[in-house]
Design a protein around this ligand. Structure first.
Ligand code: MN
Length: 369
């Protein structure tokens, strides 16, 4: 027997029968008595019996009709009804089952038979209720599993997008879309090395203010309907979490996975940006150095040209003078040789140019690595 006593409603117009049934049942059950089908239907909502013992021959509506009415309504369809009737013929029993009755007991009845039928009907009803509950729970679980497999797909997609996002803006676009797929609206703050950038909310809005005040140490904060999740460089503010505990627990898990992935990607983007900045500054330096090298070599080249011109002009003057003075051919030739030697002694620029190119090439190679 269950902890809470079941209630049996007796519908019987004969006083002695009613008292007998009550006496038999009241040790094990709560008992409610009614004298007619009308009274039974009227008191049903108030008494809420678990089972009805229904006489067939009644003043007014008979037991069969009362049974048909009860079995045709959703809220009383599952209520077990046992007919207790003076008619023992097969036709009468069949009429009882046709009316929707669950059991049929004929008067005079065996006490044991009656009590067994009452107990069995109550157990059957409880089992049915339990079974229906189990089926409903299984359906709800299946429904949840379907939802979450779609949602896990969404989560997986976000993980992939995280791996390729090249900027905070791109990362935030993916994040907002992923969270929307869970039926949630959110806004995001990404704390960069220089400033904090907000996504999914207007600057100066309440959301932006809440996000701006969020600190990495806050972790998870519940602000009435809002939920705030924090990491060292990112904060996600969800505008309204569902009240259902199981669902919101599941969503919290998804959101913390999203937050972790976002945090990791922001760290990576930070490292990539620093490397990129390093590269850019090296290239700028290289351009500057090349420019000054070019200038230096050009100056040297001009110096060399000037020196060369001077030597040739001086040589021309010497030769002219030697010819005018009719000096020996040998003397003229030694002046020319002297000029050639001095030109050869001028600094060799090709080595300078080569070493300048080599150092540029070394820097470019380092950038490739
Ligand atoms: Mn009767």
């Amino acid at each position: 027997m269950p902890d809470v006593r079941c209630k049996v409603m007796i519908v019987e117009d004969a006083v002695e029968n009613r008292q007998l049934l009550k006496a038999l049942l009241e040790d094990d059950y709560e008992v409610a008595e009614t004298e007619s089908a009308e009274e039974c239907l009227e008191k049903l909502g108030f008494e809420k019996p678990d089972l009805i013992l229904m006489d067939v021959q009644l003043p007014g509506i008979d037991g069969y009709e009362a049974c048909r009415r009860l079995k045709s309504q959703n809220d009383t369809r599952d209520l077990p009804i046992i007919f207790v009737s003076g008619g023992a013929s097969t036709e009468e029993r069949l009429a009882g089952y046709e009316a929707g009755g669950d059991e049929y007991v004929t008067k005079p009845f065996s006490v044991q038979d009656l009590l067994q039928k009452v107990e069995r009907s109550l157990l059957t009803k409880q089992e049915e209720v339990q079974l229906k509950q189990t089926i409903a729970e299984a359906q709800a679980a299946a429904q949840r599993a379907l939802i979450s497999s779609t949602e896990l797909g969404g989560l997986n997609l976000y993980m992939q997008q995280c791996g390729v996002a090249q900027s905070y803006q791109e990362l935030a676009d993916y994040l907002l879309r992923a969270v929307r797929a869970f039926g949630l609206h959110c806004s995001v703050a990404m704390r960069g090395p220089l400033d904090t950038v907000f996504f999914g909310c207007e600057e100066g809005s309440l959301e932006a203010d809440l996000l701006a005040k969020a600190r990495p140490s806050d972790g998870l904060v519940q602000l009435q309907a809002r939920t705030l999740l924090n990491s060292q460089n990112c904060a996600i503010l969800v505008k309204s979490m569902p009240l259902d505990e199981q669902r919101s627990g599941q969503l919290h898990q998804y959101l913390s996975v999203i937050l972790d992935a976002t945090t990791a990607r922001m760290d990576t983007l930070q490292v990539l940006q620093e490397a990129e900045a390093q590269r850019t500054s090296t290239i700028k330096n290289l351009i500057r150095t090349s420019e000054s090298e070019k200038q230096r070599i050009r100056d040297k080249y001009q110096d060399r040209e000037m020196a060369q011109r001077e030597i040739l002009e001086k040589l021309r003057g010497q030769v002219e003078e030697q010819i005018l003075r009719n000096l020996a051919e040998q003397c003229v030739m030694s002046s020319v040789d002297e000029g050639i030697r001095r030109i050869n002694d001028l600094p060799d620029l090709s080595k300078d140019i080569e070493s300048s190119f080599n150092s540029t090439k070394a820097i470019l190679n380092r950038l490739l690595d």
